[in-house]
Design a protein around this ligand. Structure first.
Ligand code: NAD
Length: 486
């Protein structure tokens, strides 16, 4: 591995994301020599911490990870803390001076990463000050990493994008969608475009429908403050679901590079026409969880801390998305995501049409290709063979391959990969502004319809179940059903 050189500013360095995801990811990159001597991190946040205190909190966040104590200590020595009020220009001058010093000390070649790990309402102000107080380096690279949520509708996303675009060009902006760092999501294009047996049939002639499920077992936990302003549609569909949908259905890119892949994603998203209110009613379903049988352990959403007892916020969404292009017109793409479902699981089911020439005494089942994204990573194909015995009756069998735990152990996890991508300058697995533009417009149409009609049946699914009945009816009305039934 060649060592990456950079100075990383983390805005929100005392926060939850930084400690749960970023420091462990950076340490793993350090353990694996992707960063080594020539990097430094400046963490900033409101609180008045010393470098030592800051390093101590980082050390604690690494407890579960492999690596010796000494190695962890050596790693934390690269970290510096600066208390900072995001609206105070003077503080950025301090940040610049500290950055210049550390740049010299650690030979970071003027390479700078600005990581926004705080509330989105501050992103624009920070970007403004990065520019006005001259934190951008004119020797190495300048890259901005920005967390979700990127806006709460098209308009706010556009405002945010306009604001950060004053300081950073599109190719310098890395909008994190951590699903794009998951092994099997990264594996979609290689799987689709190296197997003629899949590639040739990946279209409306052979595929009946596609089902994308992103289930979480947990409820809202302690994030109600944010969730009450968001809901599942904004929190999961606009970003993660749409990105998975795009990689599952986009046309073959000319080459495997960021420009070509993003270009095909853009075309795909352009083929999603925002729904009319009538279409929203017919094609989208929302749900909110009620209590489980043990309400002390799993209360209803409306009984959770900081949730409005009459909250209209959805914790579950199911829908049919239609792609209006040659490859897919007429093929429903069913999507589902929700909290407090039976288990955490992300998977994609590709349901093929049954064989057109049925010559056997009993009809054969359809082929189904299942791609397991998490918690296990692999693929299962349901195909037909002959039933064992003195018969020619067809029967369904499964062919299955899943990566072993050992194999996955040393693989970079989503945050590690994506941070490494930022350091090497590969923005393939980040969302481009065009993608946000289109997905927000699609989601806004649904949101507007829902906001205009308060739900009357919430809560409409029990904690620990796969969502409201209406989610099953969505498919049942055309004689289909969800392949994944937890
Ligand atoms: P957090 O509340 O734990 O941390 C926020 C940080 O911002 C803290 O370090 C705080 O000190 C700092 N801060 C707040 N106000 C400030 C001010 N006025 N001046 C300077 N510093 C200030 O939040 P978090 O959970 O770490 O989330 C950070 C970002 O990451 C958000 O955009 C969130 O949506 C996103 N995100 C978080 C998670 C997660 O798992 N926590 C997951 C996905 C996305």
């Amino acid at each position: 591995n060649s060592e990456n050189q950079a100075l990383i500013y983390i805005f929100g360095g005392s926060g939850d994301l930084a400690h749960r995801k970023l420091y462990p990811a950076l340490f793993n990159l350090y353990r694996k020599d992707h960063i080594k001597h020539n990097f430094a991190v400046i963490g900033t946040a409101r609180r008045d911490w010393s470098d030592d205190y800051y390093r101590d909190t980082i050390l604690k966040s690494l407890t579960e990870l492999p690596g010796s104590y000494n190695q962890k200590i050596a790693f934390t020595k690269h970290f510096y803390y600066q208390s900072h009020d995001v609206t105070d220009s003077n503080h950025y001058v301090t940040l610049r001076q500290l950055g210049d010093e550390l740049d010299q000390k650690y030979h970071t070649q003027g390479n700078r990463v600005f990581y926004m790990a705080m509330a989105p309402k501050f992103f624009a102000t920070i970007a403004d000050h990065i520019k006005s107080e001259d934190l951008l380096s004119d020797q190495g690279f300048n890259r901005l990493v920005i967390e979700k949520p990127f806006g709460r509708d098209y308009e706010s996303a556009k405002n945010l994008n306009d604001a950060i675009s004053k300081a950073f060009k599109e190719e310098q902006i890395y909008r994190i969608d951590h699903y794009l760092g998951k092994e099997m999501v990264l594996g979609l294009l290689p799987m689709r475009f190296t197997n003629p047996m899949f590639e040739q049939v990946w279209n409306k002639q052979f595929i009946d429908n596609i089902q994308i499920t992103l289930f979480e077992a947990l409820g809202v936990e302690d994030r109600a403050g944010y969730y009450e302003t968001a809901g599942a549609l904004r929190d999961m569909v606009q970003n993660h679901v749409m990105q998975i949908l795009a990689l599952t259905t986009l046309e073959r890119p000319d080459a495997l590079n960021a420009a070509d892949i993003r270009d095909k994603k853009r075309l795909l998203f352009q083929a999603l026409k925002p729904y009319t209110p009538e279409q929203v009613d017919a094609k989208f379903v929302r749900g909110q969880y009620g209590a489980s049988d043990i309400p002390e352990h799993e209360p209803a959403y409306r009984q959770e801390n900081n949730v409005d007892p009459k909250s209209p916020i959805e914790t579950f969404v199911a829908g049919e998305i239609d792609i209006d292009n040659d490859q897919w017109s007429g093929v429903p793409i069913y999507i589902r995501t929700g909290k407090r479902t039976p288990e955490k699981r992300t998977r994609i089911d590709i349901v093929f049409k049954p064989s057109a020439n049925q010559i056997f005494d009993q009809p054969a089942a359809a082929n189904i290709l299942t791609i397991d994204v998490e918690p296990s990573e692999g693929v299962t194909l349901q195909y037909n063979g002959k039933k064992v015995g003195q018969t020619t009756t067809p029967e369904s069998y499964l062919m299955s391959y899943h990566h072993s735990k050992e194999m996955l152990n040393e693989v970079l996890d989503a945050y590690e990969r994506l941070i490494l991508d930022v350091l090497v300058g590969d923005n393939t697995n980040f969302s481009h502004w065009h993608e946000l533009e289109a997905t927000w417009q699609f989601v806004d149409a649904i949101r507007q319809r829902w906001d205009s009609q308060a739900p009357t049946d919430f809560p409409n699914y029990k904690s620990g179940t796969a969502g409201p009945q209406a989610a099953d009816e969505l498919l049942a009305k055309t004689g289909r059903h969800w392949i994944y039934q937890p």
